[in-house]
Design a protein around this ligand. Structure first.
Ligand code: HEM
Length: 201
């Protein structure tokens, strides 16, 4: 992937097009080559794998609560599906620039800090009953992070996920195997299914 993106950046520098990467390359000294390549990697990877898992996890969750699907508001349901089984378990790693104390725990400068998105999304002091509720209107989940580094593609993902869920439900979708037969990808970082066998129509 790195080699491919280095070549792509060079190609865009030589022959700019009307696209995101050409626009970044045109910023010249504002971004080093490493920054350019990592931005391209992030947009490519972040914009694909997370969405695959949001759709897979979401369809599995929808099929587990058929009684809640009828009459649901799709936009509200998409937010809840994004909270309930978020594709990313942790935010991007962070490092304190000086010693900090969080929740009474001292974290030395330079230590690795992982922010637990999954745990935060199931914090009953915020969400009350954290079970799946497709009608949950107040939904301050942090599946896209929060603040200055909140996901660049959050709006796009919600739109894409809505099209996927709406399209599959309109067409009719049911599991082709027992719920218990589904397997999760063994990953520390990502939350996603190995596969989701379904019957359409
Ligand atoms: C379901 C889909 C997605 C999820 C769950 C997701 C989640 C996240 C999370 C948790 C972060 C890190 C926030 C932090 O550590 O502070 C992030 C950052 C980012 N995401 Fe996404 N994302 C998704 C889709 C996308 C898409 C579609 C794109 C691009 C097209 C994208 C581009 C980015 C970028 C560029 C950042 C870095 C933002 C920054 O550092 O300022 N993401 N995303």
């Amino acid at each position: 992937m790195h080699r491919f993106l280095v070549e792509l950046v060079a190609a865009k520098r030589a022959e700019p097009g009307d696209d995101l990467l050409s626009g970044l390359v045109a910023l010249e000294d504002a971004l080093s080559s490493d920054e350019l390549v990592s931005m391209a990697f992030l947009a490519l990877w972040a914009g694909y794998e997370n969405l695959v898992n949001l759709i897979g996890n979401g369809v599995r969750a929808l099929l587990s609560v058929p009684d809640q699907v009828a009459g649901m508001d799709l936009a509200v349901a998409v937010e809840e599906l994004t909270r309930f089984d978020q594709p990313l378990q942790w935010a991007i790693r962070r490092f304190p620039v000086r010693d900090v104390v969080i929740g009474g725990v001292e974290i030395p400068a330079g230590d690795t800090v992982l922010l637990g998105i999954a745990a935060a999304n199931h914090d009953s002091s915020v969400f009350g009953d954290t079970g799946l509720d497709l009608r949950r209107r107040v939904n301050p989940h942090v599946s896209y992070g929060y603040g200055i580094h909140r996901s660049f593609g959050s709006r796009l993902s919600q739109v894409e996920a809505g099209v996927a869920f709406g399209g599959l439900l309109d067409r009719g979708v049911r599991l082709a195997v027992e719920m218990g037969a589904l397997r999760w990808v063994p990953s520390f970082r990502n939350r996603g299914l190995v596969e989701l066998p379904v019957i359409l129509g």
